[in-house]
Design a protein around this ligand. Structure first.
Ligand code: GLN
Length: 533
């Protein structure tokens, strides 16, 4: 394709409408036609990245191969595109202001007063255009975080207005909106009309309006939106409720969204990509069996904190034909009430986490799994606590712990990584991103991955203390994966039953078309055990 095309998605009226899922679905429709799609996410907050944000407030911190800590929407893009992204796709207020202020300090602005327009907006446009060129993108898909009218994202929207002015027909705006229902099925389009006017007052005319709501749009409401928002009727679309988010690309396609985009941006119409996507979606919608998985952690009132685990269970569920019902179990409850609550689960996961609170409950849950043959998967902290449990209860190392939880433990089986000792700053300083791991032949991990050399994403400061690795192995713990460079224990497992721990976060790379092997292994083991009962 000759020139790169740009699509900008903006949310109106309120947050939480699913801009990320909509943008990812559009990206998927484009990829299906063989286009190289490059997603961008703009986030107005002044944090440089998501690494310092509490997942309890903001949702999961997603980690990319290059170690960038980004918004959880990146997980959605990667899962829908089956493609790994880089941190360059994430532009935050913090990053862009930092750039401008650094330039100012260097004297790059030659005595000028530094302003939002043109300096900040130029920086945003330049970033997007440069990365698009570097990546040789056919189509750039930009999601503007937040809601139109927010103070935070105003400069991003202004930058997009300018970009639209520069690019003319090669850029298109999409408005995502909310159409509420009042009383019995009466759809209200007025908020959308007002929001659309607000966007137009910023010098932007959205060409497609996509509507979320409790009810599907009626012909009447579509006509109203078309008339008041200045768009053809066929450019007003429903963003319907779906059983699984992976259905959305097809739902949009059925409403001819791709046709509209193709006509407007002069794109090819034939699908070229071969994929099992539809078949897999079919398996999600019509599962053969239900499995219950308990995720023992904290932050349990915010399910977004564990969104990649939830999705990895959907992907692996599609492989084994199971619907996975995932329940959050507050680990402090186990400390108070014991493990009885866990008996109903077919498998248990202890996810990543930080700090002492709830760890003893997690350790009890792991012990329950090991002693009762319940399939267990430990992710990062979940692996570290699996080692602590094993050290205490199987190797007789009384009082063993991680030094993150107890500085003066008699047996520091988990300890801080040597290179982390002197680090004080919190932002982007953990062991982050993709690291290789060599799996030991004959282990469950090796069998599941089907190869020796693997790579998974990381986000941690602590590791299995190398001085204890020998003792743990003598006690019967299998160390199934090591990092090639400095022999960090990357994976371990129990001899009996299914119990695997990984220092990495394999959930971050799980995709519908490429499910995480350890999750598939967990569900297969859960299914086998369920059939026996
Ligand atoms: N707190 C542990 C560490 O820093 C585990 C981190 C995690 O689970 N992501 O090593």
């Amino acid at each position: 394709m000759a020139r790169t095309k740009f699509i900008v998605v903006m949310g109106s009226i309120m947050s939480g409408l699913g801009k990320g899922i909509l943008s990812s679905s559009i990206a998927r429709l484009l990829k299906k036609r063989g286009y190289k799609v490059l997603p961008f996410k703009f986030d107005g907050y002044l944090n440089v990245d998501c690494g310092t944000m509490n997942p309890f407030r903001h949702g999961e911190v997603f980690v990319l191969d290059d170690g960038s800590e980004v918004d959880m929407d990146f997980g959605t893009y990667e899962r829908f595109l089956n493609q790994s992204l880089t941190g360059k796709s994430s532009i935050t207020g913090g990053k862009i202001f930092k750039k401008v202020i650094e330039k100012e300090r260097r004297g790059d602005y030659l005595g000028r007063d530094v302003q939002f327009v043109p300096h900040l907006t130029d920086e945003i446009k330049c970033w997007v255009k440069c990365v698009a060129e570097e990546e040789k993108a056919d189509i750039v898909l930009i999601e503007v975080g937040g809601t139109v009218g927010d103070l935070e994202n105003g400069y991003f929207i202004e930058a997009m207005r300018q970009l639209g002015h520069e690019l003319g027909k090669d850029l298109l705006f999409i408005q995502l909106t909310f159409v509420p229902t009042l009383g019995k099925g009466e759809l209200k389009t007025k908020p959308t009309q007002h929001a659309n006017r607000l966007i137009q007052s910023m010098g932007i005319r959205p060409e497609i309006v996509i509507c979320r709501g409790d009810e599907p749009l009626t012909k009447e409401s579509k006509e109203k939106i078309s008339l008041y928002c200045n768009v053809p009727l066929e450019n007003v679309l429903d963003d319907p409720f779906v059983q699984t988010v992976y259905q959305l690309p097809e739902m949009l396609e059925k409403q001819n969204l791709y046709e509209v985009l193709a006509n407007r941006l002069e794109l090819r119409k034939d699908a070229v990509e071969e994929s099992d996507w539809e078949k897999l979606v079919g398996r999600i919608i019509k599962p053969n069996v239900e499995l219950r998985v308990g995720v023992v952690g904290k932050y349990t009132s915010v399910s977004d904190a564990y969104v990649s685990i939830k999705e990895a269970l959907v992907h692996s569920g599609a492989v084994v034909g199971a619907h996975v019902r995932m329940d959050f179990v507050e680990s402090t409850d186990i400390e108070e009430k014991g493990v009885k609550e866990l008996e109903k689960y077919d498998a248990i996961i202890v996810p990543g986490g930080f700090g002492k609170r709830g760890t003893e409950g997690k350790i009890k849950a792991i012990q329950h799994c090991r002693e009762n043959g319940v399939p267990y998967l430990g992710l990062c902290l979940g692996m570290q606590l699996m080692v602590v449990e094993y050290a205490r209860n199987a190797c007789g190392l009384k009082g063993a712990n991680s030094t993150e939880m107890e500085k003066d433990t008699p047996h520091p089986v988990i300890d801080i990584l040597p290179e982390q000792v002197s680090i004080i700053e919190k932002g982007a300083t953990m062991r982050l991103g993709a690291y290789p791991c060599i799996l030991k032949e004959g282990t469950k991990a090796f069998e599941l991955y089907g190869e020796k050399n693997i790579s998974e994403r990381h986000r941690h400061r602590y590791e299995v203390n190398p001085n204890y690795a020998g003792k743990l192995e003598e006690g019967g713990l299998i160390i199934s994966g090591l990092s090639p460079k400095n022999s960090i224990v990357e994976m371990c497992e129990w001899k009996d039953g299914f119990g695997v721990g990984t220092q990495a976060h394999p959930e971050l790379k799980s995709r519908l078309e490429a499910p995480a092997p350890l999750f598939v292994g967990l569900l297969k083991a859960a299914l086998k055990r369920k059939k026996k009962d």
